[in-house]
Design a protein around this ligand. Structure first.
Ligand code: ADP
Ligand code: NI
Length: 200
């Protein structure tokens, strides 16, 4: 029989295999951090820990930035979760979270587990790690660090377009509390950045 711990271990191995070659800030360690944050939030928020952790590992599996065939990824995942012995209701809950986590989709998940995974994913886009991921992603798209002559075309612009908005988009109290410190950190970072830019 499949114990829940064993199922989660198998799921982490499944994503490890698929995310081992990413350099856009969506690598396996991003998933590991999202799992950690999601676990922390879920234990405070009376949520189903198994669904939360499974979905946290899997949330980026069909991201169009990582695969050019999301349908295929999702079908393979369905088969895999079936073989792993998950119940239909568990698979459905996980697949729905995968479908709603992404920031770019602009969807608010309806379940607490979905809200937690979305909060955990967004926490990884702010703070020191968030800054590193933004520049890694920008670099992978040939974006400049900052260009005052093209204000909307640099990674610094992404801070205003998205990163500074994340604190107010948290669904859970625990997520919001973690976000406060990370938000302050990027505010301070930007101040220091402009100071150095001006040669002060
Ligand atoms: P999601 O997977 O929730 O849709 P994204 O894939 O847009 O989120 O973002 C994943 C990571 O890449 C985040 O750290 C995000 O800040 C960063 N990122 C996304 N778009 C940009 C961009 N245009 N410039 C810099 N970083 C970006
Ligand atoms: Ni993610």
């Amino acid at each position: 029989m499949h114990s829940k711990d064993n199922q989660l271990k198998k799921i982490s191995e499944y994503v490890n295999h698929r995310f081992s070659n990413d350099s856009t800030g969506h690598d396996y360690f991003h998933l590991e951090r999202v799992v950690k944050n999601a676990t922390k939030i879920a234990t405070e928020e009376d949520a189903n820990l198994f669904i939360t952790i499974a979905a946290a590992w899997l949330h980026d599996i069909a991201d169009h930035k990582l695969t050019n065939n999301p349908e295929k990824e999702l079908n393979e995942l369905l088969q895999f979760l079936n073989q792993l012995g998950l119940q239909y209701s568990q698979i459905e809950a996980i697949m729905t979270i995968i479908d709603t986590t992404s920031y770019s989709k602009g969807v608010i998940p309806t379940t607490i587990e979905g809200k937690i995974v979305q909060d955990a994913d967004r926490l990884d886009a702010i703070g020191a790690i968030g800054i590193a991921r933004a520049f890694a992603y920008g670099g992978s798209k040939q974006r400049s660090i900052y260009d005052p002559t093209k204000p909307t075309d640099s990674t610094i612009h992404h801070f205003y377009e998205k990163l500074l908005l994340l604190q107010d988009s948290m669904h859970t109290n625990t997520g919001r509390m973690i976000a406060v410190e990370r938000h302050q950190y990027i505010e301070n970072y930007l101040q220091q950045f402009y100071k150095e830019w001006e040669g002060e």
